[in-house]
Design a protein around this ligand. Structure first.
Ligand code: FAD
Length: 318
């Protein structure tokens, strides 16, 4: 079986999920290929090769500096037709999901989004996709003769640390780098929001924070732990914080090592976005709040008093 993982870079740096995809591919066995598209892809490809990326295909072009779905998909299609993988893996990140929907359509290939496991059953590749808040587990398989496309939920697989690899510099027809769409610039909206799905630690705020003016208490705690700031929909709808921070059914799905839910009641629509976090700490003044049913640790009390005390302690200790 041939597996092609699509690594991604931001500002010329490989994303953590690029290494996780290699680990996911390793879990299946088979021949691993990794594709990296960048303005200058050679160094990134060498890095991926030293992390077990197998045959690492490097495509360099100025138009690949930013993710441009149109150009990226045309180039990936070209690579797919040359290397004929059975499985194509991408990250279930904002960029990965956008890319893979288009890619699967272009290849007329089956697609599974945001999967949490991969296995082989006979000749079939089976992907696991939890839905309806984890109460339904879908098992999705590919179709004969078509590469199976899948985006893998972040933080499910560890980052591949080592393994065999070699770099292949691939030359692509210049016409494929032309597009009606040009990505000129990427602007980071606010610190802590955009890396939410990649963060190991998230401190998330809910309506229990009482007012937008109190949210610095949450970002201070997140900063003291090197984490990102999440939010419930209630405070996004109230205009206290931007949508990019929202966790849940209509926001982001996150899977950090530590999720601290502050003044969040634990509505099912919030839980579906964070309940697979490795450790959940809830801070809530209501001891019967549903969030405590899934929390590993709970603090019952006023968040406005507890947060500054925790931040002070972590700043002193870490
Ligand atoms: C179709 C649909 C999609 C949705 N999608 C999402 C989604 O993606 N994400 C999401 O989050 N929600 C979503 N919701 C909304 C969801 O149902 C809840 O309304 C929302 O999650 C509640 O947010 P909250 O916990 O911040 O507020 P509340 O439910 O009001 O809870 C506030 C909590 O703060 C506690 N509290 C109050 N004061 C303090 C204090 N001083 N210190 C400590 N604790 C305090 C209270 O005890 C309470 O538990 C969706 C709803 C629908 C219908």
């Amino acid at each position: 079986m041939k597996i092609l993982t699509i690594a991604l870079q931001k500002d010329g740096q490989l994303t953590a999920s690029s290494y996780e995809l290699i680990e996911a591919a390793k879990s299946l066995g088979g021949e691993i290929h990794t594709l990296i598209l960048a303005e200058n892809a050679t160094d990134l490809a060498q890095d991926l090769a030293s992390h077990g990326g197998g045959k690492v295909i490097a495509v360099s072009n100025p138009s690949l500096k930013f993710v441009n779905d149109d150009i990226y998909c045309k180039v990936i299609k070209e690579v797919v037709s040359k290397y004929a993988p059975d499985l194509i893996l991408g990250s279930a990140s904002f960029y990965g999901k956008s890319l893979f929907g288009r890619l699967a359509s272009l290849l007329d290939a089956p697609m599974a989004s945001d999967i949490t496991n991969l296995e082989i059953d006979g000749d079939s590749i089976i992907a696991t996709r939890p839905s309806c808040g984890g109460s339904v587990i879908a098992k999705i398989s590919g179709k004969d003769g078509k590469p199976f496309c899948a985006t893998v939920r972040m933080k499910i697989y560890a980052e591949s640390k080592d393994g065999a690899g070699e770099v292949i510099e691939e030359t692509i027809d210049a016409s494929l780098f032309e597009s009606k769409m040009t990505v000129k610039e990427m602007k980071v909206e606010s610190a802590g929001a955009l890396n939410l799905t990649e963060a190991d630690i998230i401190v998330a705020a809910g309506r229990g924070m009482k007012a937008a003016e109190n949210l610095p208490l949450v970002s201070d705690l997140a900063d003291s732990l090197g984490g990102a700031v999440g939010a419930s929909r209630a405070i996004v709808d109230a205009g206290w914080i931007s949508y990019s921070h929202q966790v849940g059914q209509t926001g982001k799905t996150v899977n950090p090592k530590l999720y601290i839910a502050v003044g969040i009641s634990g509505a099912i629509q919030h839980l579906v976005g964070m309940q697979t976090s490795k450790n959940i700490v809830a801070i809530n003044k209501d001891k019967d709040a549903p969030i405590f049913n899934i929390a590993n640790y709970g603090i019952v009390g006023d968040a406005l008093e507890i947060l500054p005390a925790l931040t002070k302690k972590f700043k002193a200790e870490l």
